[in-house]
Write a protein that binds this ligand. Sequence first.
Ligand SMILES: [Zn+2]
Ligand SMILES: [Zn+2]
Length: 101
Amino acid sequence: MSFEEKLIQCSDCGNTFTFSAEEQEFFASKGYTNDPKRCPSCRQARRSQRYGDGDYNYRPRRQMFPVVCAECGKETEVPFEPREGRPVYCSECYSKNKQRE
Ligand SMILES: [Zn+2]
Ligand SMILES: [Zn+2]
């Protein structure tokens, strides 16, 4: 099955946009059977509307855990879950300790 470029009119802004063969292939590989109704910029706008403002679907790239530095007592955050019994250091003390070794 081969795909041919299609011209589709956006249902939001009325602009005509190209639904390229590659995009169609991508859509098909995702199991989508319907053509997109909106141009890429309207799709983008809707997406940022839906996922903006700390929506529950929004996931930060990595979770930070609040910890207290075992050396200087400063409150800081680390990108891993601190284990009990293991000292956690702020970035300053961490690099100091590293140099000492
Ligand atoms: Zn549009
Ligand atoms: Zn520290």
